[in-house]
Every structure is written in structure tokens, then in C-alpha cells.
Design a protein around this ligand. Structure first.
Ligand code: PGA
Length: 250
């Protein structure tokens, strides 16, 4: 059985004290028996506080980004080791906002992936097509090339540390969700692509999350699809009640 995962990407929201209280609120309302992994991703300034707050609970913590170098003259950046030193063991890489606003491309992401794995960080790797690419019927091709360019240099063993998050760019923060059928179709394609490259054992063990306007109202239907193993949640992860409802949907 693949692990179900629900991860909340807080993006550039919540200061230190707000991050702490949201974390406490989530912990207080989580079903402790649930098999679903629950991850929250606060801004870098709040990683240590949230990691301390979540210690001993079901809640795991992820950074939203990191630099590919181990250290050096990169003003404003943070390294894998700095993330680990806060007690955090997961990093999100390749989010469409990083690709769009900070010009991250597949080649750079391959370097970041290598740096994160070298530091023994688990990775939530985001990818997905833009609206014009879907309209042009290129969405499968785009997704396949994002995966092969940034991840297919890895050996099979490295995939134990990779969680995939398919996030069609046209569905992020827009209120427009991929239909459960569109999500399933793409997730099945991703798993097939993994099977061709790495074989069934790897393909069947990798969790593939869906992201893009997941809400309590649509989560059950999306998560019920066989190749959807949970979600990466933006806007709806900023309110404990909504986030918990989505976790319960998984
Ligand atoms: P959204 O964001 O849920 O607000 O659409 C998803 C994401 O960017 O990961």
C-alpha cells in the first residue's frame, strides 16, 4: 500500500507566532489513529518554531525551497544543511511559483534534487503543465519531460525519498480544479511513465499527490481515484478546520 499524504503549503503566509498557533490547532484536531501522513510547510523563518511545536505529534514539517549549493556567497538563500538543522527533513522543490517567478528550470531542479538527497532530505517534487500547454494537447509530453529532466537520472533506490506532486498550473490558486477524471488520467500516466523507466515496484511505491484548488468540498472525490495518493494544499491549508477536513478526506 502506498502512503497517503496530505501536505499544506503555506507559501508566503503566517509569521512565527501565527505559524505556531496554526500548527497547534492542527495537532489538536488531528485524528491520531489516521494512517495519512500530514505535512505542513511554513516559510523558512518559521521552520524551527514549527518543527519544535510539532515534535512528538503526527505533523511533519517541510521547507518550501532550498539552494543547490552546500554553502557560500548566495545572499538570501538557505541550504539543505540549514533546513536539517531546524529539525526539518522534507523539502518542496519545483513548485510552479518557483518556476514562474524565480525562473527555476528542470536543469536547476535536478541540481537541487541531488543536493537535497545528498543531505538525506525527503523531497516533494512539484510539476505540471500550464493552461496553454493543456489546450495544445501537450500536457502529457510536458509532464514527462519535467520528470525525465529533473528526476530520471536518479537510481531506483533514491525514489524512496521522492514524493511527486502533480499540480496543473491552471488549477493553482485559481479556484479551478482538475476534474477527478483529469487528475486520475494524469496520475495513471505518471505511474506508467515511472513503470517504463524504473519498473513496477518503484512505480507502485511512489506517492503521487494532486495539487490545485483542493478544498474540503472536492477532496473526497479527488482522493478516491486509484492513482491519487493525497494532495498538496495551498489556500485551504491556512485554516486548521479546512486542512483537517482535507486530511480526513484522505
Ligand atoms: P492552491 O495551491 O491549493 O491554493 O491551489 C496549491 C499549491 O500551490 O500547492
Amino acid at each position: 500500500m502506498r502512503t497517503k499524504i496530505v501536505a499544506g503549503n503555506w507559501k508566503m503566509n503566517k509569521n512565527v507566532s501565527e505559524s505556531k498557533s496554526l500548527t497547534l490547532d492542527i495537532i489538536a484536531n488531528l485524528n491520531a489513529q489516521s494512517q495519512t501522513r500530514v505535512i505542513v510547510s511554513p516559510p523558512a523563518t518559521n521552520l524551527a518554531t514549527v518543527a519544535d511545536t510539532a515534535q512528538g505529534s503526527k505533523v511533519e514539517v517541510a521547507a518550501q525551497n532550498m539552494h543547490q549549493a552546500t554553502s557560500g556567497a548566495y545572499t538570501g538563500e538557505i541550504s539543505a544543511d540549514m533546513i536539517k538543522s531546524t529539525g526539518v527533513e522534507i523539502v518542496i522543490l519545483g513548485h510552479s511559483e518557483r518556476r514562474e517567478y524565480f525562473h527555476e528550470n528542470d536543469a536547476l531542479l535536478a541540481e537541487k534534487v541531488n543536493a537535497a538527497l545528498a543531505a538525506k532530505l525527503e523531497i516533494i517534487f512539484c510539476f505540471g503543465e500550464k493552461l496553454e500547454e493543456r489546450k495544445a494537447g501537450k500536457h502529457f509530453e510536458v509532464v514527462k519531460s519535467q520528470l525525465s529532466n529533473a528526476l530520471f537520472h536518479l537510481n531506483a533506490d533514491a525514489w524512496k525519498s521522492i514524493i511527486l506532486a502533480y499540480e496543473p498550473v491552471w488549477a493553482i490558486g485559481t479556484g479551478e480544479t482538475a476534474s477527478p477524471e483529469q487528475a486520475q488520467e494524469m496520475h495513471a500516466f505518471i505511474r506508467q511513465t515511472l513503470t517504463e523507466k524504473y519498473g513496477t515496484a518503484v512505480a507502485e511505491s511512489v506517492s503521487i499527490l494532486y495539487g490545485g484548488s483542493v478544498k474540503p468540498e472536492n477532496a473526497v472525490e479527488i482522493f478516491s481515484k486509484p492513482d491519487v495518493d493525497g494532495g498538496l494544499i495551498g489556500g485551504a491549508s491556512l485554516k486548521a478546520a479546512d486542512f483537517i477536513a482535507i486530511v480526513n478526506a484522505a
